[in-house]
Design a protein around this ligand. Structure first.
Ligand SMILES: NC(=O)C1=CN([C@@H]2O[C@H](COP(=O)(O)OP(=O)(O)OC[C@H]3O[C@@H](n4cnc5c(N)ncnc54)[C@H](OP(=O)(O)O)[C@@H]3O)[C@@H](O)[C@H]2O)C=CC1
Ligand SMILES: O=C(O)C1=N[C@H](C(=O)O)C[C@H](O)C1
Length: 269
């Protein structure tokens, strides 16, 4: 089979450049286009040089439709509005869309689900092996420890540039905890505490978000009981872990029927 031709959208961003480097180190995949938004100062620049790999044959463009028409898949870590649009383009082109962007609204998610009728979409708030394994462990722990005995709190810290909270990963871990408890996360989540909050609601799942410095992503799920606390944690040291996961997802999705898949599907967890 020929190499999988991938478009990197948001190519000059923090994850975009990590994705270009991850594709470069992966056999069976190559970057065929690099897209940034119209007006970006990256337009026209060589993506290999921007990524520190030396000159490649691909210059950054602002024309996603032309790029998708010649590609087998898209790697997308951008912003919600752009990702929803890209999901529609991927559906038109009937290609793979690996979607790592976070911070979607319910309406955005409905539009992505609609696009997945024609595109093969792998969507996850975290593409690393470690976090997806952590989610399995969190689900098991939440199932084993009764809501009346152990309270679940999720703490995340990210770099100062991050714009959404709680992080996509924190929400993914919250969904895993809720699944373990056999409840929906929606309606049982507590995202903010301020002032006279009253005592904690039994069975609720709390979130706390910290922002600062250059932290690529730290997550802890704390199960707090009477007299003992269990903490399950993941610390990302390098964005390369997310980028490698995304490229793995693209190769896994190639040739699969359209639908909305998760990293747990990709990793067989
Ligand atoms: N699922 C996962 O494993 C991970 C997910 N993420 C998520 O990925 C997203 C991006 O993170 P990060 O790389 O740090 O952010 P950056 O801001 O560094 O990168 C986003 C890039 O997308 C570009 N962009 C915005 N709109 C468009 C558009 N319409 N067309 C093309 N490009 C566009 C931005 O350009 P400009 O700056 O000019 O607006 C920027 O270059 C976030 O939602 C983050 O939470 C991050 C890491 C891992
Ligand atoms: O914005 C980031 O940087 C990250 N975003 C994802 C999230 O929202 O969980 C994944 C990772 O933690 C880095």
């Amino acid at each position: 089979m020929s190499d999988m031709g991938l478009v990197v959208v948001g190519a000059a961003g923090r994850m975009g450049l990590a994705l270009v480097r991850a594709v470069h180190e992966t056999a069976g995949a190559r970057v065929v286009a690099a897209i940034e938004r119209p007006g970006s100062e990256a337009i026209g620049k060589n993506i290999g040089e921007l990524a520190g790999l030396g000159p490649s044959g691909v210059k950054v463009s602002d024309d996603p439709l032309a790029a998708f028409a010649k590609a087998d898949g898209v790697l997308d870590f951008t912003v919600p509005a752009a990702s929803v649009e890209f999901a529609g383009y991927a559906a038109q082109a009937r290609i793979v869309h690996v979607l790592g962007t976070t911070g979607f609204s319910a309406d955005d998610n409905a539009r992505i689900e609609a696009a997945a009728r024609h595109a093969t979409i792998v969507k996850s708030g975290n593409m690393s092996l470690g976090v997806n394994l952590l989610a399995v462990l969190v689900e098991q722990a939440a199932r084993a420890l009764a809501a009346g005995d152990f309270d679940i709190e999720i703490l995340e810290m990210h770099h100062r540039h991050k714009v959404d909270a709680p992080s996509g990963t924190a929400l993914l871990l919250g969904e895993a905890a809720a699944a373990g408890r056999g409840i929906p996360l929606s309606g049982n989540d507590v995202r903010v505490r301020d002032g006279h909050t009253g005592p904690r609601d039994t069975g609720s799942i709390g979130f706390a978000s910290l922002r600062g410095g250059s932290v690529p992503g730290d997550h802890s799920v704390i199960l707090a009981g009477n007299g003992e606390t269990i903490t399950l944690s993941h610390h990302a040291q390098d964005r390369a872990i997310f980028a490698r996961g995304a490229v793995k997802a693209a190769l896994w999705a190639r040739g699969r029927k359209p639908g909305l898949y998760s990293m747990r599907d990709v990793l067989g967890l």
